[in-house]
Design a protein around this ligand. Structure first.
Ligand SMILES: CC(C)(COP(=O)(O)OP(=O)(O)OC[C@H]1O[C@@H](n2cnc3c(N)ncnc32)[C@H](O)[C@@H]1OP(=O)(O)O)[C@@H](O)C(=O)NCCC(=O)NCCS
Length: 161
């Protein structure tokens, strides 16, 4: 299986916050933003794996500033780390106030996707071809996050299953 570059699956989308996306205070629902993030990050995972993928985990997610009706939301996603069957995708969310042009980072998060076969079992995916020192650094950091994630998953499985 041929390795893929980060650029092969990097994705970006702009969304305009409409009335149906907001709560009674005129701010974007957190759940709606997570849906948009998961949607774009899964596109990145699909493009890397070229197989079915499911969301395996979402790391800590903090919303740093409210996103109001009429703001532009820009979501940018790319693969940072892969294992035999999983992809860690970094998601950056920036907002823009259309009236003032002011831009703010709202959140940065890591979602992990697992590629699956026709039986729902984890399936092998291409490796990640690292092309820049920044990509290498992110991969190393992804390895550490992955170890922590798997420790948490093990504890959760022991507790719940
Ligand atoms: C994710 C899923 C396919 C894993 O199945 P599984 O039989 O537990 O898989 P395994 O234990 O054989 O692990 C397979 C790989 O997935 C990784 N993995 C398993 N569960 C994971 C999770 N929840 N998060 C991140 N990685 C996970 C393992 O580390 C392993 O990686 P590797 O092979 O690259 O080293 C299965 O748990 C599932 O279908 N979950 C529901 C997914 C879903 O529906 N998501 C939408 C929201 S509900």
């Amino acid at each position: 299986m041929k390795n893929k570059t980060v650029k092969d699956s990097e994705s970006e989308v702009n969304r305009l916050v409409l009335p149906e996306d907001t709560n009674i205070f005129g701010a974007l629902y957190g759940g709606r933003l997570v849906e948009w993030m998961d949607n774009l990050a899964s596109i990145t995972a699909f493009k890397h794996a070229r197989k079915k993928v499911v969301t395996g985990s979402i790391d800590n997610l903090f919303f740093l500033s409210p996103i109001n009706l009429g703001y532009i939301v820009t979501i940018h996603t790319f693969v940072t780390y892969v294992t035999r069957a999983t992809m860690e995708v970094e998601i950056n969310v920036q907002t823009e106030n259309v009236e003032t042009g002011e831009k703010k980072i709202t959140t940065k998060a890591y979602f992990t996707y697992v590629a699956i076969d026709e039986n729902g079992k984890a399936a092998e995916i291409p490796g990640l071809l690292l092309q820049t020192p920044e990509e290498e650094k992110r991969f190393m950091e992804g390895y550490t996050r992955s170890r922590n994630r798997l420790d948490s998953l093990k504890i959760m499985k022991e507790t719940l299953l």
